[in-house]
Ligand binder design. Structure first.
Ligand code: ZN
Length: 420
């Protein structure tokens, strides 16, 4: 019997929409290792992205395996079936060893009253004052609150149990990392809600290694965090405390940790996240995805010539189809349409003008978050270009890879995991 697959303390989710950047992404993890910090790569791609681009999870697996082989990586790495449900899991079963069980749709569907009653009588420790080490104020709850939370989340947890058991049946116990995600919902979960949810997950016997709550504030795609950083910091630390408590009291896996979805480019909360991890001795999983695709466009623009032409064409088409492209992402983007330059203007841009507008450098006055968000959701345009886009990536491989690796290491891995 082989050992249970375990996600290391620090891990980074990377998205590789066109399966061309796995080596450049892995290079960022190698640089982390050179700096003395082990950060495991997890290639994540949701069913939605595969569908939009017309790819298959086997391609993600093949690209990851090829990169690992080429660069001689002998540490753990994972391929994540990101946000799967019972309906979409099938084609991910074989190639993936990490499964993000998405229960957002079930949240709020009322649970069976008998199940809610049973949960309450099994968990008297959750009612009243819940004292947690390293948190100054105990969580204060009462029966009404716990009943309300159980009623809101039990059906979702039971649903996760169904997906988990299907995975065990088809793949074998301990052969994959299970995560539960609740980030794609309307309301954030408070730390005390998280604790109650973890108790329910333990009751359902799902040995999750990561959990992705919806945090306070906005996590828009490809741009910085929008919200109250002090409030985020407080809740993040309380979430870590809740996880500590749940590991000790409910027997959830020792390496259970938070997963931050839409985690790329949230520069203003990386320091609080790093400091909280140090304070609690905790790990974290940070999912990034589209930030790599944007670095492809930046690299092409920087290359000039045909690369710059392709970047401009992607913008022109994204601008023309903005409404359609933004539709699946309305809750995670905030574009100010008045700030989008006309394609005719962008057509006159130099490489430097294009990369200055797009690259996430808040010190650059030309940086344009609306343009960045539009291009973030614009990968469908590149998918439609087919080989013309992929050939441009191949022709400019080095300059694109340099941007991908630098972005991932300098702007993400370094502040989050290394802390400088
Ligand atoms: Zn997510």
């Amino acid at each position: 019997m082989s050992k249970r697959i375990t996600l290391p303390k620090y891990s980074v989710g990377v998205g590789d929409r066109f399966a061309h950047q796995a080596r450049a992404q892995l290079s960022a993890c190698i640089r982390a290792g050179d700096a003395g910090v082990e950060v495991a790569p997890v290639w994540n791609k949701s069913n939605r992205e595969h569908t939009i681009i017309g790819t298959d999870p086997n391609q993600t697996r093949a690209a990851a395996d090829a990169a690992v082989k080429a660069l001689g990586w002998d540490e753990p790495y994972f391929v994540d079936a990101d946000h799967i449900t019972l309906k979409t899991v099938e084609r991910f079963l074989e190639p993936c060893n990490f499964f993000t069980l998405d229960v957002a749709e079930e949240i709020g569907k009322p649970a069976q009253p008998s199940e809610v009653d049973a949960f309450l009588s099994q968990h008297p420790e959750l009612i009243g004052e819940v004292r947690i080490p390293r948190i100054a104020e105990p969580f204060k709850t009462d029966t009404t609150l716990v009943r309300g939370v159980a009623n809101k989340f039990l059906a979702a947890v039971k649903d996760a149990g169904k997906i988990y058991r299907l995975l065990v049946e088809r793949k074998g116990e301990g052969t994959f990392v299970p995560e539960i995600s609740m980030d794609e919902t309307d309301a954030p979960q408070t730390p005390v809600e998280l604790l109650i949810i973890l108790a329910a997950i333990a009751d359902e016997k799902i040995p999750i290694q990561t959990i992705a709550p919806k945090f306070t504030g906005r996590f828009n795609k490809g741009v910085d965090y929008l919200g109250d950083v002090a409030q985020f910091t407080k809740e993040f630390e309380e979430d870590l405390a809740a996880i500590d408590f749940a590991i000790k009291h409910y027997g959830l896996p020792e390496n259970l940790k938070l997963s931050v979805h839409s985690g790329s480019d949230k520069f203003s909360i990386y320091r609080p996240i790093h400091e909280a991890m140090v304070k609690f001795g905790a790990g974290v999983h940070v999912k990034t995805a589209g930030t790599t695709w944007l670095e492809e466009i930046i690299g092409l623009a920087e290359a000039g010539g045909n690369g710059l032409e392709i970047a401009k064409e992607v913008y022109r088409e994204a601008y023309a189809h903005a409404e359609e492209l933004c539709k699946p992402y309305t809750t995670v983007i905030d574009i100010d349409y008045a700030k989008l330059p006309a394609p005719a203007v962008v057509d006159t841009w130099t490489s430097e003008q294009f990369t200055s507008a797009l690259r996430h450098d808040q010190r650059n006055a030309a940086y344009n978050p609306s343009l960045r968000q539009l291009l973030h959701v614009g990968f469908k345009v590149a998918a439609k270009m087919g080989d013309r886009y992929l050939d441009a990536l191949d022709a400019n491989e080095e300059i694109v890879a340099r941007n991908v690796t630098t972005n991932l290491f300098e702007r993400h891995i370094r502040p989050i995991f290394i802390g400088c």
